[in-house]
Design a protein around this ligand. Structure first.
Ligand code: GAR
Length: 207
């Protein structure tokens, strides 16, 4: 079944682009109804426009989290979508905001990609943190978003090695290539089969 997506971005947008390419190539049965950014200057917005996708931005500067989220919610009311897909969206979403997107089965219809094997290295600098910790293996996590940061039920994880001669840049590049394959693959699985609760274990979807 085709799924409708609203993608949230804050910067470069390479994951967003991987998703858009996957749709364009006929590999992912989905439509992107909106690309939204909290940064009006995000490169991702330009890229989305080149794909002919509707874009919008609401800067968060000068607004409280709640003021900003209220405006984002008003914007989202003008769009039809099944899932919010966070692709490098560097803002924490409040429990109140998330509650508007609760699936009848309990979880929020909000998906995120994070560049570590969660629960290791949550936060904004996962590549840097994993690299400087000295991990031999790292990975990418795609997960449902819950009320805690980088915490919701895991949909997919894929590992990649840190090689002996890696710099932070080569380590990141290897991880990013994994991100660009994994995110479209997870969305394809959701488009084909929906979100399967059997494998999900977090409390937020059990209550
Ligand atoms: C990606 O590496 C993504 O996993 C990460 O931000 C980058 C965005 O790149 N997200 C997080 O760290 C979320 N905690 P992109 O804008 O090129 O997709």
């Amino acid at each position: 079944m085709s799924i409708q997506l609203a993608i949230f971005v804050s910067g470069r947008g390479s994951n967003m682009e991987a998703i858009l390419k996957s749709i364009q190539d006929g590999e992912l049965d989905a439509s992107v109804e909106l690309v939204f950014s909290n940064d009006p200057h995000a490169k991702a917005l330009e890229t989305a426009k080149q794909f002919g996708i509707k874009t919008a931005s609401i800067a968060n500067t000068g607004l409280t989290r709640s003021e900003h989220e209220n405006k984002v919610r008003e914007l989202l009311e003008t769009v039809s979508f099944d899932y919010i897909v966070l692709a490098g969206y560097m803002r924490i979403l409040s429990a109140k905001f998330l509650s508007h997107f609760r699936d009848p089965r309990g979880f929020f219809r909000v998906i995120n990609i994070h560049p570590s094997l969660l629960p290791a290295f949550p936060g904004k600098c996962a590549y840097e943190d994993a690299f400087s910790y000295g991990v031999k293996v790292s990975g990418i996590t795609v997960h449902l978003v819950d009320e805690q940061v980088d915490h919701g039920a895991i949909l997919a994880q894929q590992s990649f090695p840190r090689l002996a001669d890696d710099t932070l840049e080569t380590f990141k590049a290897r991880g990013l290539a994994v991100e660009h394959a994994l995110y479209p693959a997870v969305l394809r699985e959701i488009s084909n089969n929906g979100i399967k609760l059997d494998n999900l274990t977090r409390e937020s979807i059990e209550t």
